[in-house]
Design a protein around this ligand. Structure first.
Ligand code: HEM
Length: 576
C-alpha cells in the first residue's frame, strides 16, 4: 500500500512540476520588453501579440505606435520585437552603427534555396555575396554609355563587358513591355474595366524571369506557365495555418522536427526552381561565351572567375554610394560616405580582400530571391501609381505632357534617358510614400546595446515601420494627400532623410532599387504615351489593402484605359 501511495505521489509531483514548467514556458520571454522600458500590448501565453496581425500589419502597426510611442514593442509568438519609428535612431541603426546591426531577423525554419539568399544571409557570407552583386545592380559604369545600337536590338544578348548589367537589361525589359502594351491595347479596344494590378504582375514576372533566371516565360499571354504557377505558390503562404502556429508557440520542440514534417507545396516549389536554375546553369556552361544570354544569372556565373572587389560603404544604393568608382574606394570618398561614417566591421574587404566566390547553392538562392523580392514589389508599385494617376487626372496630364516631350527627343526609353523624366520620378516616389510595398523590415539585435539612450536586448528583432514614417504629419503635411511636389530636390533636401524609406537605407538597403526604377519607368513612359488610365464604377476608392507580407491591393485595381488621340502612328501600339 505504502509503495502504491509513493508511486501516485511521485506521479502527482512530476505532473504538477511539468504543469509549472509548461506555464512558465508559456510566458517566460514576456518580461524582456518591459525590463527595457519598452511599452507593448499585453501578450497571450505562447502566442504573444501575433493575433493582432491576423488581418495584416499595416494598420495595427500604426495603431501600436500611436498608442505606445515611437519606440515600442510586441511579441511575435515568443520573439520580442522592438518597433523604432524615430528617424534619428534609425539613422544610427541602419547607417552609423551598421556594424552592430548588419543582419535581418533569422527565420528559424527556412529551407534551401531561401536560406542562401541575400535577404537572409548573415555577417561575412552576406557581405561576400552582396559585394559580388553590387556592381551589377549599380549605376557606376553608366557614364560610359551613350547610345549603343546593339542594345536597342532585343534579339541580341551578347556580352558587352564594358557596360553595366542594368544597361544590358534594357532590351529584355523592352520585350516584356511590348507584350504589356499589346495586352493594354486589347483592353482599350474592348472598353471594359480590368484589373491593371494583374497585368503588371504578369509584366514584372516576365521581366524578373528574364533578367534573373534567363527564362522567357511570357506569363502575360500564358498564365498557366509552370514558372508562374510555382512562383504564385510562394505568395499564397498563410502565416496563420495551424502548423505554423505550432512552430511559433513551440519553436524548441518543432525545430528538430522541421525537416521531417512534410510540406508538399513548399517542397514542390523549391524543387521546381532549384532544378530549373540548375538546368540553365548547365546549359550556360556548355555554351560558348559569345552565345550566353546576358542576365544576372550569367553575371553570377561569370563571377566565379572575376577579381573585382567592392567594399561595404559602396553597398548603400539609397545614398548613391554605389555609384562611386569601386576601384578607387580608398582615395575617393563622397560627401555622403563621410556623412554616413560607417563603423567598419573588423574584416574589411579593402584590407583583406576575400575570395569572390559563389557556390552553386548561393547562385540558386540569389536567383530565387530576385524573383520573390522583385515580382510583387514592382507590380504593386506600378498598379498603385496608375490608380493614383487615375484618381488625379491633373497629375496624369502632367505626366503625359512630360512623356510626349520625352518622345520628341528619344526613340525609346533606356537606362540613361529615363533619368530625364523628373515629374514621373516624383509621382512614383509619392506612390511609394503612400503605398510602400516593403512597408516593414527588420534588423536583428545580436548583442545587448544602447542606441540614442535606448537599451536594446540581445535576441530581439528591431522592426522599421516605414509605413508609419511615411504618414507622419511631422514630416508630411496633409499626409493622406497625393502631392508629387513633395519630392522636388528642394523639398527632399529640407526633410529628414530617414522619414522616407521605401527601399530601406544603408548597406543593407534594397539591392534591386535601380532595376525596379528602370523597369517601372520604362513601362510607364510607354503606357502614358499611348493611353489614359481612368476610374470606373468598379474602381474601389479608397483602395482596400492587404498587408500580411508586402503591402498590396486586396482585390486588384480595376480601371479602364482609353487610347490617347495622338494623330500619328495609332495603328501600332507597341511602337515606343
Ligand atoms: C518597387 C520595388 C521594390 C521595393 C519597394 C523594394 C523594397 C525593399 C526593401 C524595403 C528592402 C529592405 C531594405 C532594408 O532592409 O534596409 C529590400 C531589400 C531587398 N530587395 Fe528590394 N524592393 C523592390 C524591388 C526589388 C527588386 C526588383 C529586386 C531584385 C531584383 C529586389 C531585391 C532585394 C534584395 C535582394 C533585398 C535584400 C538586400 C540585402 O539584404 O542585402 N528588390 N527591398
Amino acid at each position: 500500500i505504502m509503495h502504491g501511495i509513493g508511486f501516485w505521489n511521485t506521479c502527482a509531483l512530476s505532473f504538477s512540476l511539468s504543469l509549472c514548467r509548461f506555464s512558465r514556458y508559456s510566458v517566460s520571454p514576456f518580461s524582456v520588453l518591459s525590463r527595457c522600458g519598452i511599452k507593448h500590448p499585453k501578450p497571450l501565453p505562447f502566442f504573444g501579440n501575433m493575433f493582432m496581425f491576423r488581418q495584416g500589419f499595416f494598420e495595427p502597426l500604426n495603431d501600436l505606435i500611436r498608442t505606445h510611442g515611437r519606440v515600442c514593442g510586441y511579441y511575435l509568438g515568443r520573439r520580442p520585437v522592438v518597433v523604432v519609428a524615430d528617424p534619428d535612431m534609425l539613422r544610427q541603426v541602419m547607417v552609423k552603427e551598421f556594424s552592430t546591426f548588419p543582419n535581418r531577423m533569422t527565420i528559424r525554419f527556412s529551407t534551401k534555396p531561401m536560406t542562401d539568399c541575400l535577404l537572409l544571409l548573415r555577417d561575412e557570407r552576406w557581405k561576400r555575396v552582396r559585394s559580388i552583386l553590387t556592381p551589377s545592380f549599380s549605376a557606376a559604369k553608366m557614364k560610359e554609355v551613350k547610345y549603343n545600337p546593339i542594345l536597342q536590338n532585343p534579339s541580341c544578348h551578347c556580352i558587352c563587358p564594358c557596360l553595366s548589367v542594368l544597361v544590358q537589361m534594357v532590351p529584355l525589359i523592352n520585350t516584356a513591355t511590348d507584350a504589356l502594351m499589346n495586352n493594354l491595347n486589347a483592353y482599350a479596344e474592348s472598353g471594359e474595366a480590368f484589373d491593371i494590378h494583374r497585368c503588371f504582375g504578369c509584366f514584372t514576372m516576365d521581366v524578373i524571369a528574364s533578367v534573373a533566371f534567363g527564362t522567357q516565360v511570357d506569363s502575360q499571354n500564358n498564365p498557366d506557365d509552370p514558372f508562374v504557377h510555382h512562383a504564385q505558390k510562394f505568395f499564397s503562404f498563410n502565416f496563420f495555418r495551424p502548423i505554423f502556429l505550432l512552430f511559433i508557440a513551440f519553436p524548441f520542440i518543432m525545430a528538430p522536427l522541421a525537416g521531417f514534417i512534410p510540406n508538399k507545396r513548399r517542397d514542390e516549389m523549391n524543387n521546381f526552381f532549384i532544378s530549373c536554375i540548375q538546368k540553365i546553369i548547365k546549359q550556360r556552361d556548355e555554351q560558348p561565351p559569345e552565345q550566353r544570354r546576358r542576365d544576372f544569372l550569367q553575371l553570377m556565373l561569370d563571377v566565379r572567375s572575376s577579381k573585382e572587389c567592392v567594399s561595404l560603404e559602396h553597398f548603400d544604393v539609397v545614398n548613391h554610394a554605389d555609384e562611386l568608382d569601386h576601384t578607387h574606394q580608398q582615395t575617393h570618398q563622397s560627401a555622403s560616405e563621410q556623412d554616413n561614417d560607417y563603423h567598419q566591421p573588423q574584416v574589411s574587404h579593402t584590407k583583406h580582400p576575400q575570395k569572390r566566390m559563389m557556390t552553386e547553392d548561393e547562385i540558386v538562392g540569389q536567383a530565387f530571391i530576385f524573383l520573390l523580392a522583385g515580382y510583387e514589389t514592382s507590380s504593386n508599385t506600378l498598379a498603385f501609381t496608375c490608380y493614383l494617376l487615375a484618381i488625379h487626372p491633373d497629375c496624369q496630364s502632367k505626366v503625359q505632357e512630360e512623356v510626349d516631350h520625352f518622345f520628341t527627343r528619344h526613340e525609346s526609353p533606356d537606362y540613361t534617358n529615363v533619368q530625364e523624366l523628373k515629374y514621373l520620378d516624383m509621382v512614383i516616389a509619392e506612390a511609394l510614400r503612400l503605398y510602400p510595398p516593403g512597408f516593414r523590415f527588420a534588423r536583428s539585435i545580436d548583442h545587448d546595446c544602447v542606441v540614442n539612450g535606448q537599451f536594446l536586448p540581445k535576441g530581439a528583432t528591431l522592426e522599421i515601420p516605414a509605413s508609419f514614417l511615411h504618414y507622419d504629419p511631422e514630416y508630411w503635411p496633409e499626409p493622406e494627400k497625393f502631392i508629387p511636389e513633395r519630392f522636388t530636390p528642394e523639398a527632399k533636401a529640407n526633410r529628414h532623410p530617414f522619414a522616407y524609406l521605401p527601399f530601406g537605407a544603408g548597406p543593407r538597403s534594397c539591392v534591386g532599387m535601380r532595376l525596379a526604377q528602370l523597369e517601372m519607368k520604362m513601362a510607364l513612359v510607354r503606357l502614358f504615351r499611348r493611353f489614359n488610365v481612368v476610374t470606373c464604377s468598379e474602381t474601389k476608392i479608397p483602395l482596400e489593402l492587404k498587408s500580411s507580407s508586402t503591402l498590396g491591393p486586396k482585390n486588384g485595381i480595376f480601371v479602364k484605359i482609353t487610347r490617347r488621340d495622338l494623330g500619328e502612328d495609332q495603328g501600332n501600339p507597341t511602337t515606343r
